[in-house]
Design a protein around this ligand. Structure first.
Ligand code: ADP
Length: 378
């Protein structure tokens, strides 16, 4: 039996899955929350130990059957990491150095790696980066039109995120359609709490909606997505908001929550249905932005074969899928209401039979993608 342990270590939580690789089945999974809070799990090392204890108690024992690799989700790989990377001291220094660009994520990811190394010093630790899939963006797509020297000095460019999901879903799309990945032009809409769109041409990411940070692009649960940067200057000058206030505003008080007081799409759709005007506006802005990116990426790709919805909202919300693509029939894009609303959970087609553009729902599986990528380097 050959297994990979996948670890997603956040600032206050540790998510894990043990995957058996010949069948790609999940043997065990869990979530440890409230790390670092008073009276709870002390730190990431303690969380890791508590995970090991759970395995020893409930099986399968990790000490008797050690995994062939431990795969770690790392959010920011900057310009340095383009693929899954076996962790060395130098790799850790680089991940630490990129913390500037992902202050909430990279330090927590690194703590997960350190905790795992302490318990399993002989098992290869592999870092799989959220940015890596977007390393193929062209300079035209990743460059912000600002002073070039400043941008270079502060490593300012578009990096993109959710790469593990976009890669998994675009490959699963080719599989589902029985077509070769090389010839497929796909738009992946990863709509979770965070949300991003990706244009994938022949398996290669050519553009994505998140940028230097995960704030850019689509409207999200609590993040604004695209905004005129001068709004921030205006709020600083006139509203006296300082940089921490602005950070808080863009990341935690905007998006669906900022517009409607509700950050969860289920609540927004429900309230809009009950006639709540703020919720209706939040939904309208969300759908408008999605459609905007579908149009932009159709143009960048020079036509599109498949539009694919994934993650919490994308997999579950029929009204969002229908709304995002409403009125696009002249582009060959339409959604069949019965297929869209069917109570189905797996990979499925929701466009009418014979439609020029396939519209699909493909559940993402970032853990499995991380585990697969681990096996390519150990
Ligand atoms: P994360 O980005 O945290 O990984 P997920 O991909 O699990 O999140 O997506 C979580 C979001 O999915 C929730 O905030 C919720 O808004 C949304 N969601 C889940 N189920 C539904 C549903 N049936 N209808 C609309 N939205 C849903």
């Amino acid at each position: 039996m050959s297994t990979v342990l996948v670890v997603n270590s956040g600032s206050s939580s540790l998510k894990y899955q043990l995957i058996e690789m010949s069948t790609e089945s999940v043997l065990a999974s869990g979530l440890i929350e409230r790390i670092g809070q008073p009276g709870e799990v002390r730190d990431h090392a303690a969380a890791f130990q508590s995970m090991i204890d759970t395995f020893e108690e409930k099986g399968p024992s990790l000490t008797e059957n050690p995994p062939v690799a431990i795969g770690h989700r790392v959010v920011h790989g900057g310009k340095r990491f383009f693929g899954p990377t076996v962790v060395t001291d130098l790799v850790k220094i680089n991940i630490e150095d990129l913390s500037d660009l992902a202050p909430l994520h990279n330090p927590a990811n690194l703590q997960g790696i350190n905790a795992a190394q302490k318990v399993f010093p002989d098992i290869p630790q592999v870092a799989v980066f959220d940015t890596a899939f977007h390393a193929t963006l062209s300079p035209a797509a990743y460059t912000y039109a600002i002073d070039a020297e400043l941008a270079d000095k502060y490593r300012i460019r578009r990096y993109g995120f959710h790469g593990t999901s976009h890669k998994f879903v675009s490959e699963a799309t080719a599989e589902f359609l029985g077509r070769s990945l090389d010839s497929l032009k796909t738009i992946v809409l990863h709509l979770g709490n965070g949300a991003s769109a990706c244009a994938v041409d022949g398996g290669v990411s050519i553009d994505t909606s998140m940028g230097l940070t995960p704030v850019e692009g689509l409207v999200m649960g609590t993040r604004s997505g695209d905004i005129d940067p001068a709004v921030l200057i205006h709020l600083h000058r006139k509203g006296k908001l300082d940089f921490d206030d602005l950070d808080e505003l863009l990341n935690r008080k905007s998006g669906l929550l900022g517009l409607s007081g509700r950050g969860d799409m289920r609540d927004v759709v429900g309230a809009a249905g009950d006639g709540d005007e703020a919720a209706q506006l939040a939904l309208d802005v969300y759908l408008h932005r999605l459609k905007h990116y579908v149009g932009a990426y159709s143009a960048e790709l020079g036509g599109v074969d498949a539009i694919v919805f994934t993650a919490g909202v994308g997999e579950n919300s029929a009204p969002v899928r229908a709304g995002a693509l409403a009125g696009l029939e002249r582009l060959g894009i339409s959604v069949d209401p019965a297929l869209n609303e069917a109570d189905d959970r797996g990979r499925r087609r929701i466009s009418p039979e014979g439609s020029p553009v396939e519209v699909l729902v493909i559940p993402t599986n970032e853990e499995l993608e991380i585990a697969r990528q681990c096996l390519t380097v150990v």
